[in-house]
Write a protein that binds this ligand. Structure first.
Ligand code: FES
Length: 192
């Protein structure tokens, strides 16, 4: 609408520019000609305003949500399941979020990234050997994600674990890089 206002203002400020074909003064010009000019400009301005509004709406729709916004967080928080569904001493893979839920023997929970910290290959959990083993260059990690075999030098990344009403959720939008495993990283379900 700002465009339309500017166009209308220009029309009011410069009446001398509205001349007839025969060079008559504006107040002598046939009303029909000036009305047509006015309508023509008006429709052009309305068309331009509509186009700009359409472009703005398209841009708003396609623009990614700001990191940390409620909209963005809703997209990255994954419902992993009930606490009781994770048996102590087990590792559960989640393909959708590319992470593992590790339930330690003492009941604590960790959400480990499945990307190797060497060059990013996916590391499968080898149940028989009780370790994550990278197929690319043989880095190995224990159940807490700590390096037990190079060339990787850092523990597997983790994601925040949220426990509410005995349901485990993982925020895959907040990857946490770490040097080594620290017991403070383990999340425990509230005692009942
Ligand atoms: S990418 Fe895993 S060891 Fe190189």
């Amino acid at each position: 609408m700002a465009v339309l206002t500017t166009v209308l203002r220009k029309i009011q400020m410069k009446p001398s520019k509205i001349k007839t074909l025969k060079g008559k003064k504006p107040d002598e010009a046939p009303a029909e000609v000036s009305r047509r000019s006015f309508l023509s400009i008006l429709w052009s301005a309305l068309g331009l305003a509509a186009l700009m509004e359409f472009l703005w709406m398209t841009f708003s729709f396609l623009r990614p949500a700001k990191p940390g916004s409620a909209e963005n967080q809703a997209n990255t928080v994954i419902h992993a399941g009930a606490v009781a569904s994770f048996v102590p001493g087990t590792v559960t893979a989640f393909q959708s979020g590319e992470f593992y839920i590790v339930r330690l023997d003492d009941g604590g929970l960790l959400a480990l990234s499945c990307k190797c910290t060497h060059l990013g290959c996916t590391v499968p959990w080898i149940e028989k050997e009780k370790k994550f083993l990278c197929p690319c260059h043989a880095s190995a990690f224990d159940i807490t994600g700590n390096v037990i075999n190079s060339p990787a030098t850092r523990s597997l990344d983790i994601f925040p674990v949220i426990i509410e009403n005995n349901i485990v959720r993982v925020d895959t939008g907040k990857r946490i890089k770490r040097g080594n495993f620290d017991p403070k990283q383990v999340i425990y379900p509230p005692k009942v």
